[in-house]
Design a binder for this molecule. Structure first.
Ligand code: FAD
Length: 382
């Protein structure tokens, strides 16, 4: 391994950690640099579709995910006031049979912990905030806020929506505030009261201008999560998130169905997050630098596929390195972009429009995708 090109992954979020795990599995020489001093169990849930579970199978954490996560039989869409079913999308056994793996909803912190544990500790350095990246043609120099530098032959920017690597490729440009914020809360499952619907394992409540997505984050169904999308004109981009409150939730969802009211009443702690996005980038790589995940295509979370796209990106990049050889990084990057850009942009667009599964539709193009077997498109044909 010591003679093989040194691959630096900047950022150990869901995308960076999954990418590093896959590259290490293929025998590549990988080091991961993460700015955070460590990770804690952030109060949020996440959908993990069959398209991602197939990648997690390769990493070796699929079974543990299945043990920990909630496996809803359906995704319901419901009317905000009446509770009427607008869509009922089969998941559960149907997903396993038709899409090749489970559809799970899990605690984001539990999922991230499994990915981090999949990395040998000597390959991951915490407390390494990249401040400068310099592609000298024959080598890349990475400089960190702690005054240290490292060399690499290839640098993967998995450093999220405010990516330093993206800045190096395309200049400084803040992401766009999408005009919406998302409240997020995880709390013990409340008791049902008279007039309430049973808690669906996975449901999105829709009105014309806002929504609330609700699901269990554990296989025991003892913890529930909600995440909203609410229009708010202005947001200071210096704040990634701010505390919210039960009172604010009551006001925001006034008049909604009793089940939604019960969820608001049961809220223990709630935060609100700005939703950020960018237009599709004109390039994904240059020289020895390449981007993935939110560094490359940040999106509104309304398809619940942002992390999924980051993880698929990492898996496709590993596949392309294997296909053309890691020393041939320029060809590998071109092949990678040719096989990811259209899908990521489509998901970005639908997420922006917030139409996904509002009515009955066939999600097989998204959930059925298998990044390891999808026929490769050559860069000239993309
Ligand atoms: P990130 O998760 O942002 O990770 C980037 C990492 O890089 C971080 O650990 C950061 O500390 C590190 N970093 C940043 N800068 C530096 C630096 N200079 N030096 C070193 N390290 C650095 N997606 C789904 O698939 N399903 C969902 O259900 C879902 N729900 C969502 C709900 C909300 C409200 C939001 C906001 C997003 C949701 N997403 C969901 C999207 C998902 O969170 C992101 O798309 C995903 O986290 C992107 O992963 P990433 O690894 O590219 O970036």
């Amino acid at each position: 391994m010591s003679n093989s090109p040194r691959i630096a992954v900047v950022g150990a979020g869901l995308g960076g950690a999954a990418t590093a795990a896959l590259l290490l599995q293929e025998g590549f020489n990988v080091r991961v640099y993460e700015q955070a001093p460590g990770f804690s169990r952030l109060g949020a849930g996440i959908h993990v579709g069959p398209n991602v579970m197939k990648v997690l199978r390769r990493i070796g954490i699929e079974d543990e995910m299945n043990r920990q996560g909630s496996r809803p039989d359906f995704w319901y869409s419901r009317h905000w006031q009446t509770g009427d079913v607008l869509a009922q999308i089969p998941l559960g056994d149907y997903a396993v049979k038709h899409y090749g793996a489970s559809y799970l909803t899990v605690h984001r912190g539990d999922f991230h912990e499994l990915l981090i544990k999949a990395l040998p500790s000597e390959r991951l350095s915490f407390g390494k905030c990249l401040t400068k990246v310099e592609d000298r043609g024959d080598v890349v120099i990475l400089s960190f806020a702690d005054g240290t530098t490292e060399e690499a032959d290839i640098v993967i920017g998995a450093d999220g929506v405010n990516s330093r690597i993206r800045e190096e490729l395309l200049g400084v440009e803040p992401p766009k505030y999408a005009g919406y914020l998302a409240h997020r809360a995880v709390f013990p499952t409340p008791e049902l009261k008279a007039g309430m619907l049973p808690f669906d394992a996975c449901v999105k409540w829709w009105s014309d201008d806002r929504h609330m997505m609700v699901y269990f984050v554990t296989s025991k169904a003892n913890e529930l999560y909600y995440v909203t999308g609410v229009p708010v004109e202005k947001w200071d981009l210096n704040d990634r998130w701010l505390p919210s409150s039960k009172e604010e939730m009551r006001e925001t969802f006034h008049g909604w169905h009793p089940t939604v009211q019960a969820l608001v009443d049961a809220t223990v702690e709630v935060t609100k997050w700005s939703l950020l996005e960018r237009d599709p980038l004109p390039l994904w790589s240059r020289g020895r630098l390449v981007l993935l995940g939110d560094a490359c295509h940040p999106m509104k979370p309304h398809m619940a596929q942002g992390a999924a796209m980051a993880i698929e990106d990492g898996a496709m990049l590993a596949r392309c390195f294997k296909e053309v050889g890691v020393s041939n990084y320029a060809d590998a990057f071109a092949l990678y972009e040719a096989n990811r850009a259209a899908r990521a942009s489509k998901v970005q667009r639908i997420s922006h429009d917030n139409t996904w599964l509002r009515t009955n539709e066939d999600p097989s193009w998204c959930f059925g995708y298998d990044v390891f077997t999808e026929p490769l498109v050559s860069p000239s044909k993309a």
